[in-house]
Ligand binder design. Sequence first.
Ligand code: AHG
Ligand code: MN
Ligand code: MN
Length: 322
Amino acid sequence: MAKPVQTLSEFIIEREKDFPFATGDLSQLLTSIRLAAKLVNREVNKAGLVTDILGATDQHNIQGEQQQKLDVYANDRFITAMRNQGAVCAVASEENDEHIVFDTPTSRSGKYVVAMDPLDGSSNIDVNVSIGTIFSIYRRLDPEKVTVDDFLQPGNQQVAAGYVVYGSSTMLVYTTGNGVNGFTLDPSIGVFCLSHPNMRIPEDGKIYSVNEGNYFDFPEPVRNYIDACKRKKYSARYIGSLVADFHRNLLKGGIYMYPGTTDKPGGKLRLVYEANPLSMLVEQAGGAATDGRTRIVDIKPEKLHQRCPLFIGSKKMVEQVM
Ligand code: AHG
Ligand code: MN
Ligand code: MN
């Protein structure tokens, strides 16, 4: 007899039973993320065939980065899925200047806000390299109004966080604060199936992931750590899609670093959309994440698009670079 597979929807329902007071809103929210992920996955998979999804738009986001067509497509899909569903009252995205408050009758009373990087690793879209989506879920602060403060809660207040990696296979990995579970999309039936239950990151690793082109601009302790990795003949692995680099290190053990540099002391990555959700995941899997001084999830964000240095991965490696 074939081994029974558990689908993501079965898993969500089963976990909901563990919380007798759960209203099912978070489950619905995860369902809408799952739907949008499948739609984006479909477009990513045919990106080489249909040219209207490849390449850049003539728009720039608030960070001055040129938006790719798939950035815009993914952003629209995730926002639409959540707007139509009711559990979410507002969304903040790396691709929008300000947060968007939903005005549909059901979403007005939604309990959650979602921050997301709809398409991570956009420079890799056109060259057939893995990309991803990152999301972070908070409970809204005030049932009467939604403000930017809902999104400026520290990462330790996240209710759930996760990512989708569109790679050699497509996976959705998420946590609601009770461990991390990974689901692989079976494209023949269009269903995410539990493939990686209770994911744990190895305590130590032999992979370091950093854009070494910036080496001479890194702070001295970071350069020393990179030198030490080389002396120990660790493997250098850098895809340039944070989600994909993070996913590999989660499975195999390793550290991902995006330090601040002399001109950009905050580095490149965004606290609210990238660092916080991945930090919740890594901690739930037994790893660690810091900006070099402070645990990422303890930083109080001051601005929506704030950047922060990031050192994330196996606990021992993160401790050592600290
Ligand atoms: P995004 O595509 O969402 O803007 O994110 C790109 C990020 C991250 O995914 C990646 O690890 C990093 O930028 C790569 O930056 P460098 O090219 O500076 O190494
Ligand atoms: Mn990104
Ligand atoms: Mn992005």
